[in-house]
Design a protein around this ligand. Structure first.
Ligand code: FAD
Length: 498
């Protein structure tokens, strides 16, 4: 990238979905004092995807980084707190009909060890308690319907995510970014001009205007206008081990107290999310069209939601799972759906957007706003996508449903990465899973507690041994129970910020 000395660096973001506006806010906040101009172009004809209503705790960090308080954004976006994902009906044959994956907080340091010890004991064939949600404070808060906001004297930091209306979040972030200096163009892009080096020189609008830039961020959603269509970057599909390629989305009314968890219920050919917002539930069936038709899927979703004959409109979407081979190519980075998508089972898409922007900012600055650290960035992001994908694949691999070909095909699927294969091997051979996670250096994607929740939650254990020595671990269980119950007394059951 060659530039005139002292000319401002022009960053052009193509796409005004959540990914585009998140990037715009972080860039303008981070580089406001430097000579960086940020502009964002969004089409008046192509809407945003408008789903993506659950987050991981990483979104807390996003708002901290852009100096926005919960009281400023949550009421505007009908947002609620999220402490947990509950999985219903994924493993009936193991005898576990429901388990939760809570976000782990500081206080869980005292209780996650008894959990992993119990899991190990159970892997040896001895009966112990291994229901994940009983070992984590957020698991208990979810059961009691309490918000994760601790009183001032509570000595531990709580981790939690959010549920929100993605259209309202987009509006909020757009307003903020524009207020802070981002230029917005509402124009449809029809052509892209490249330099001899292959770099992108400018993008051209339907009305003939030309928008030049030094660096481009492709946030154009599944269309991937710059990365795939212009630069020809290869898309690596995950369809071999993630079969879902379609979704149906529909809201239902909020009834009663707002829960603090997302519920993911296994259906015949995929699963359905239920996300509580302040004013409604967001629901969606993610499924594979190889196993069920869109009409059948809609009927199944409506039956599941008990609104078979209602007039609530259902929106059908195609989804494309996989990632770009190279996420930063020439002077352009893919971000959001244009960089790749792993299905939303653990609500990791915006988490990956955030991680990508943070790493990009760090590497771009380290190379003095050049492409110097591009390869490092690409290796890192490819690894992040693949390891998050593995965690999702494990859900399908370990299912014990027998009610449809879909679930049997998922269980029998042998397309597993080496990383996932080793993890499962260590677990089933009764090895030390913590050591394996450390050895593979993958705990920044899903840590040991998360892997234990998943494997114990599916009841992935050998049969119980004939001789059971007694109840040696009851003392620990009592301690965990009392500690968490005591902590939970401090929390209130009001699940919104005002
Ligand atoms: C079924 C489903 C469920 C999901 N659930 C979750 C979840 O629970 N949690 C989570 O974190 N994520 C979830 N996601 C992912 C999440 O929705 C996206 O990561 C997020 O919305 C960001 O999308 P985006 O900004 O990349 O793309 P989009 O929202 O699709 O935005 C694309 C933008 O590009 C613009 N554009 C496209 N072409 C042109 C053009 N030629 N000229 C000008 N502008 C153009 C459009 O106008 C639009 O502004 C889910 C996704 C799906 C499909």
């Amino acid at each position: 990238m060659s530039k005139e000395v002292n000319a401002p660096l022009k960053i052009v973001i193509l796409g005004g979905g959540t990914a585009g506006w998140m990037a715009a806010n972080l860039f303008v906040k981070k580089w406001s004092s430097k000579k960086v101009q940020v502009s964002l172009v969004e089409s008046p004809n192509v809407g945003i995807i408008g789903v993506g209503e659950g987050s991981t705790p990483t979104l807390q960090r996003f708002f901290e980084m852009i100096d926005v308080k919960e009281s400023q954004w949550m009421p505007r976006c009908n947002a609620t707190y999220k402490v947990n994902i509950r999985f219903d009906g994924w493993s009936p044959r193991s005898g576990i009909n429901s388990y939760s994956h809570p976000f782990t907080s500081q206080v869980d340091t005292f209780t996650s060890r008894p959990f992993t010890v119990n899991c190990r004991t159970r892997r040896l064939g001895l009966a112990t308690h291994t229901q994940p949600e009983d070992f984590f404070l957020n698991g208990l808060l979810a059961k009691q319907g309490k918000s994760p906001i601790a009183p001032a004297n509570f000595p531990f930091k709580m981790e939690y995510g959010y549920h929100f209306d993605s259209h309202l979040l987009g509006d909020f972030l757009a307003e903020l970014a524009i207020e802070r200096g981002v230029t917005r163009h509402i124009e449809h892009i029809v052509a892209v001009k490249r330099k001899d080096s292959g770099d992108i020189a400018s993008i051209q609008t339907k009305h003939g205007a030309v928008i030049e830039g030094d660096f481009f961020v492709d946030c154009s959603g599944f269309a991937s206008v710059l990365m795939q269509k212009t630069l020809g970057v290869n898309f690596k599909s995950y369809q071999d081990n993630l079969f879902n390629d379609s979704a149906i989305v529909m809201p239902t009314p909020m009834d009663g107290i707002i829960p603090v968890e997302t519920v993911s219920t296994a259906l015949s050919s995929g699963w359905c999310w239920k996300i509580p917002l302040k004013n409604r539930f967001g629901n969606g069936y993610v499924y594979s069209a190889d196993f069920i038709s869109p009409d059948q899927a809609e009927t199944e979703l409506r039956t599941h939601l008990q609104c078979l004959n209602s007039h609530i409109e259902a929106k059908h979407l195609n989804i494309k799972v996989g990632r770009l081979d190279t996420q930063w190519s020439h002077n352009c980075m893919g971000l959001g759906l244009s960089q790749g998508f792993i299905e939303p089972l653990e609500a990791t898409a915006l988490h990956l957007v955030q991680v990508s922007i943070e790493l990009f900012i760090e590497r771009f600055e380290a190379g003095n706003f050049s492409n110097k650290h591009r390869d490092e960035y690409n290796t890192n992001m490819a690894e992040s996508f693949d390891r998050v994908r593995d965690y999702i694949v494990a859900h399908y691999k370990l299912n014990t449903r027998d009610d449809s070909d879909y679930w049997r095909a998922n269980r029998e699927n042998t397309h597993l990465s080496d990383s996932l294969r080793h993890l499962l091997d260590v677990w089933f051979k009764r090895g030390d899973l913590n050591d394996e996670i450390e050895r593979q250096k993958i705990s920044s994607h899903f840590n040991s507690a998360s892997w234990h929740c998943l494997l114990a939650g599916y009841g992935a254990f050998p049969p119980l041994a004939d001789n059971q020595p007694g109840t040696g671990d009851l003392y620990q269980e009592k301690f965990v129970h009392q500690l968490l119950q005591g902590c939970a007394l401090n929390f209130s059951s009001y699940n919104t910020e005002l």
